[in-house]
Design a protein around this ligand. Sequence first.
Ligand code: NOJ
Length: 745
Amino acid sequence: MALSQLRLTVLLLPYFILCATAFTTRSWQAASQLAAQKTAAMTIDEKVGVLTGVTMAGSRCNGDTHPVARLGIPALCLMDGPAGVRPGTGVTGWPSGINAASTFSRRLIRERGAAIGDELRGKGIHVWFGPAQDLMRNPKGGRGWESFGPDPYLNGEGGYETIVGIQSRGVQACAKHFTANNQEHNRYNGSSTVDDRSLWEMYGYPFLRSIEADVSAIMCSFNRINGTFTCSSPKLLSDTGFLRSNGFKGYVITDWGADHGFAAENANAGLEMEQPGEYDPQLEGGGLFANGGLKDSVLNGTVSAARLDEMVKRVLTPFYRLGQDSGFPETNFHTQQTGGPYNQNIVVRTPQHVALAKEIASASAVLLKNVRTIRRPGQWYGNGGQNQREYGLPVTKSKIANMAVIGEDAKLMDRSLCNSLNECTLGTMSVGWGSGANSLEFLVAPADAISAYVGTSATIASSLSNDAAAGAAAAAGKDVAFVFVNAMSGEWIVDIVHDQGGDRNDLELYYNGKELIESVAAVCNNTIVIVHSVGPVLMPWSTNPNITAIVYAGAPGEQTGPSIVDVLYGHYNPRGRLPFSIADSEAAYGTEIVYDKTIGPLTIDYTEGLFLDYRYMEQNNITPRFEFGFGLSYTAFSYSNLQISNQGPFKVIKFKVRNSGSVDGTEIPQLYLGFPNGSGEPKKVLRGFSDVGLTVGSSKTVEVKLSVRDRSIWDVVTQKWVVPSGQFKVYIGASIKDIRLTGTF
Ligand code: NOJ
């Protein structure tokens, strides 16, 4: 065995030992009974301890609770989320949530969840702060990339599959941030004004799917909704409120210091756990349950003993339900110490995880433009002595003699200059920054992956900066020029990163990316642009005839380089779809970030109601440059045979998809529903999708079942889901605009 192999085996050994520990799950009912027994045996201090964080400085993880060792209850370790295990050693830097959404694949999203679950378990993390299910209300919102885009249905499905995956490994998922928490500016003092119907159909809807996935916990957000902080809102949290009336059986945790006022107000409203268990002067919140606050409230009767018991029982129930009481690995790391007994540097990434991270990154790359031609080269080009040259994608390695790799975004960042929030100086963008960032430890940058793949088969001229003149000099006379550009955003406005605080300032590419692209395209008529971004960017250059292909690769995680090589060179047939629209102006999105940072109550009006992104654009006859659900393939697909029938309460929609092109590939058929006139719904809303792998010439029948709720609108008067009467239209398409089949019921 080679030395390197030996080292790998030794490193992986502890992981396998940890994972070998089996766990037994229980039903909600059995777990709740056990939790109630334990609660009954606790002192009041022990009960309060289970419900309160041990402070930021005292935590090994992002948040810890107090243990009750005599009853076998450990300090719970709670950790971010939601793009893997938040920076630590020996973990995988997974593709972000928005890239998971781009796959439109329930299978891949669930597998991603299960693999993250394995890594969390291996580190001894009981609760994961993910998935994020905040809608990308405005594309500039700093944290939009953490969740699954502007569409509530896609967010619901993304969250559902992630939770099922995570929890299948015995780790608790905590969906966040509940809710209407859609920008970083004013996130502590903003009040989102949201009407009841939009709350249910848009900002609450994804969390209904979390509940249906048996989510263990839900994090209430920093903001207020209609004047009330979410963590003290009975309308959202009480037994008759949004979550519980929809069957939520887990517990509610505060975002960091997001509880305000008095302990009793929050506990009685439906809050169960306070994190990190201390006052935060920045947001003037937190520290209400801590320092005797909750205990005093019980002793003076403002919180009943029964409510306290209920809170503890709710926190402990998922712990027992997922079998965390037996064989769960000890927490073996410390976020704030570099040494010490906790830091065992256990490696939880595996070759299988790396392969899956790469597959998801490739599957989430969206081919936006591809002008594939084979023609005689222009006079500038050295074509390896052949008469014919290929333009566009995929690139055939053996046919390229001279090429260029251009852009700061192709390059590995200097990781020693990145802080713990992944705020890095320059380099490629694989994930946004903030608490949702993930590990860059094993990141393989595009330029390195390309040169490893190309080897000596071609001469590569590299210009790994955004210097437009240098980029053009590298590209001139080349068979192909790959230009990498990016746009970034992240959490929180205090640190100004790349000239912006959290939310993006605009939808432009970073560092004059547009000028770089245009200079390269001016001298190379086979310019291929790869965009790494946290969300939509303006692409006025997309129609430039010298730009033969564009790949929108999003925030793809550590396997960014190898995954894009596979797509560019045709080892992976692109199949990703846009989980948002790419329009030509900010105005096309119909919402705005409130940038005003003045302290004091501030209102963010959600006047657009149900009309976000494609819903707004269709309503206002705005044609985006690249629409929601759009993405090209190296093959072609045809659709036929739409059938609509009834099956109990379901409408069953069936149709056939065929690979009519010349290479194997995967199609993402989408179902959009048109509600009856007068229902107040957008013209089309996403209500189904599938990923269908098809070999050349083969076809499959796709079935989508629409439940009663899928066909309902939220009736604010009766406070019920109601199926509006009238004719529904069914649109089956390869995007919101590329509709191939229509029907009615
Ligand atoms: C605040 C962030 O809003 C939340 O998403 C995160 O889970 C916590 N900090 C803990 O890091």
